[in-house]
Design a protein around this ligand. Sequence first.
Ligand code: SAH
Length: 371
Amino acid sequence: MDMLQVFHMNKGQGESSYAQNCTVQKKIMLLAKSYLKEAIQGYLKNGYPESMVIADLGCSSGPTALEAVSDIIEAVVATCPKHLSPKFMVFLNDLPKNDFNGVFASFYDFQEKWRKQKGDDFGPCFIAGLPGSFYGRLLPPNGLHFIHSSSSLHWLSQVPQGLNEDDQPRILNKGNVYISRTSTMEVVMAYKQQFRNDFLTFLKCRASEMISSGRMVLTFVGRNSVEPTSLQDSYPWDFISHCLATMVSEGLIEEEKLDSFNVPYYAPCLEEIKELVDEESSFSGHIFEAVEVEWDGGINLNDESSSLMMPTKGERIAKMHRAVAESMLQHYFGADLMDDFFHRYAQVLDDYLIQNPNSKSICLVVSLIKN
Ligand code: SAH
């Protein structure tokens, strides 16, 4: 699968859109706010620049795209003396199929919000879209002061080599779409190697683009255990494999189709990240933390008026995952199977959540300083 051609969050504002289903990512942004603030304050200890060039990598198209920018600007404005507030140049990056129009459509409201809050003290904020993969160079050298990337770096540049649909002379990960308990070492190593290549490339590219002592704050899905085949870490992909396998058994999907499908995703542990940051050596590791996040972002629906029409927890989580993964799944299995597939997936999630109501995933927070 060519990520540049296929992958995108669900567009627009509709029921299945990323914009309406990014609760968990919003929660992660909230968790990361204090790290952003700390990094900005740290950077501004070196002096107050006349202008700041900022990039948000993997911005997507929901409310979170400009929220991240807001959080960064808020932290800068709060730290600088009023008359020394910088002008902002913000680059919003994502893959070319991202709904950039959706982001730009909300730019006016964003500007107005800041103008109302800060009046003339708020220097202009220039925004530009930057389509392309963050696993390549995005900007000219030595220009960026601050980089932010939220909930994006667990996506690989491609399905790991050897596990791609086209380059599997023999099936390596039968019945699974990601590393699972039954995956062989060959599969685990293919995933580890792809992540290693991608993350090192990411660091190298950002190091070229950033000024010395610039800051970078990253959050992405990770895992707690050093061992990637642990039970907890293969969720929810195991459920996705299970639902696809059921559809195979009912003749709705060809078996070979499932067997040759693997996701371009990897959830690393902190140790792997620390090692790669050390090895690449352009950044000083500043903060490395693993934070737990509820599968549904921890929103409490009991507070809202209850109704029989209220979606179950499994349905809500399935919608969130649909907004993220549908472009990829429909590319492989066809758009007409998606409603059926996500309906089954919601049920499997509900069954699991009855026994495990407090299931959580791991979000890694990494704050780096460019040497
Ligand atoms: N930062 C937003 C969106 C997270 S969703 C938030 O926190 O809500 C992850 C985003 O990363 C998606 O929009 C996806 O298209 C983007 N993405 C994945 N791989 C990418 C790559 N190689 N280059 C740029 N963007 C990428």
